[in-house]
Design a protein around this ligand. Sequence first.
Ligand code: ADP
Ligand code: MG
Length: 561
Amino acid sequence: MPQIKILPSDLRNKIAAGEVVERPASVAKELIENSIDAGSTDIRIDVLYGGKRLIRVSDDGTGMDREDALLCFERHATSKLSSEGDLFNIRTMGFRGEALPSITSVSKIKLVTGIKSAPSGISVEINGGEVKEIKDFPAIGTTVEVRDLFFNTPARKKFLKSNSTELFHIIDMVTKEALSHWEIGFRLTSDNKETISLPSASGIKERIMQVYGEEFLEGLIEANAEADGISMKSYVSRGNNFRNMKSHQFVFINNRPIRDLSVSHAVYSAYEGILPRDKHPIFFLFLDINPAKIDVNVHPTKREVRFENKETIYRFVNISIKEAVKSERSEYTRQFTEMPETVASQTVHGTYSPPYHFPFPVHESGVSENLELSYRPSLPFVYLGDTFVALSGKGGLTLIDHHAANERILYEKFLKGINLNAHRLLFPKQVKLSHKEYRVILENLQILGDFGIEIDDFGHETVIVRSLPDVLKEADMRGILSDVASCIIEGVSPDKSFKEALAARIACHSSVRGREILSREEISTLVTDLEQTEHPDQCPHGRPTRIFYSLDDLKKMFKRK
Ligand code: ADP
Ligand code: MG
């Protein structure tokens, strides 16, 4: 008796759906990409319950005639390919003819579509692959409604996350499509509330600004290049604008959002030497490559591509960004090396300018062997570079990373909620966030309040910061809120509490930035405050804040012992 049988088409479709339809966001992606391919200028997306109950995508594109409207639900039915040659010259978002049949097999779908030249359009309703109703319906353009995703595959439905998590995935996806199709207007409502509203933009730059705001854009430089049949337009981090999370990294190839480790690596490597450890650049890369040189048919949801020549792309991206960063960097280093006279004398030659009086003789080393000194305000110090401070005292030499030290101090202050000195701002700050960040921040106002950050909703993805702890007065609020939001979305590692993770994030922003040189008083306050923390030797990320060499250690190092 034969063991092998051909599966019925219903089951085949469900299996295929497993690849394409992972969650509501994947349905929305396929429908939006169909609308893009149909030449739409306006795309509207409505979702209910994180897309679990409804995902509706309406467009003003070409629409379909009656025959196509029935054919489009068939597997491998597409208007975008006709020969094998086409497969290597793909300029459309879709081409596999799989999305609609896959979605149809695991949901209740209704298609209403019509073309301009026909007197009437058509409405087709299908439940779990079974046709329910076909009738004439007035329409120009296309609307696809997908209800009750996975209603007939409970095993898959179980894997769906909370409504708000599913909505975040949808927001992310709409944002990606909107970034690479700036000429199209996008609107997303969730549970009847407007969530994204992006009118047609004049270019990528305007679209990034619509999504993230002007301040965000100011932290980026433009890097454009063209060579060997590849061209790139990109917006990437300035040399001093890095993030704690990888949340703003996008690669688009021929307008298709993709993930590619090698391209990301090329960007990171362009920042070699200036990218601090544990920090991440922001990048928006829009690459245009001859479709014959790439294979987009490697992943069912088309989120990966294969390059004919990977190294060429790597080098191209790497060099183009390196050049842009370098020219911006030269400006940065110039500011650095031309330090004002007063600061330079204080930091390079160290220490000894009146009116400070030192209670002990100051030698070259500043360390007195027979005095068990504790740190005190007038202790001499030397700046080493822009981050390290060398101090004598306690019978030895202490090297302090003043950035890390400050982070430790602030972290504990935030965690305990003490001495934060929150003040109402005379001029409240408006901060424009991305849609996703905006929602997360509004859902977590209380916890920010515990850190002395008082925020109100200002509408249109903007919040208004009314109160801040003193230490955050100068801080980049957009960066903080964006980091806090990613931290909440991505969750915290099990060994940390939520509050600890957020406190570490915020402390990192508020502490002294690399380029700032501290005054003598600030150093002594820093040293005293550090001493009073619970873990003075490590910053919240586990890096050392200070390293101590006793005279004994030094003697050993110099082979005197
Ligand atoms: P693919 O996009 O890979 O061709 P789909 O299953 O997503 O496959 O869609 C099948 C076909 O249905 C498309 O090739 C297109 O001709 C038609 N179609 C789908 N959505 C739309 C739309 N919004 N407007 C016009 N035509 C559409
Ligand atoms: Mg498609």
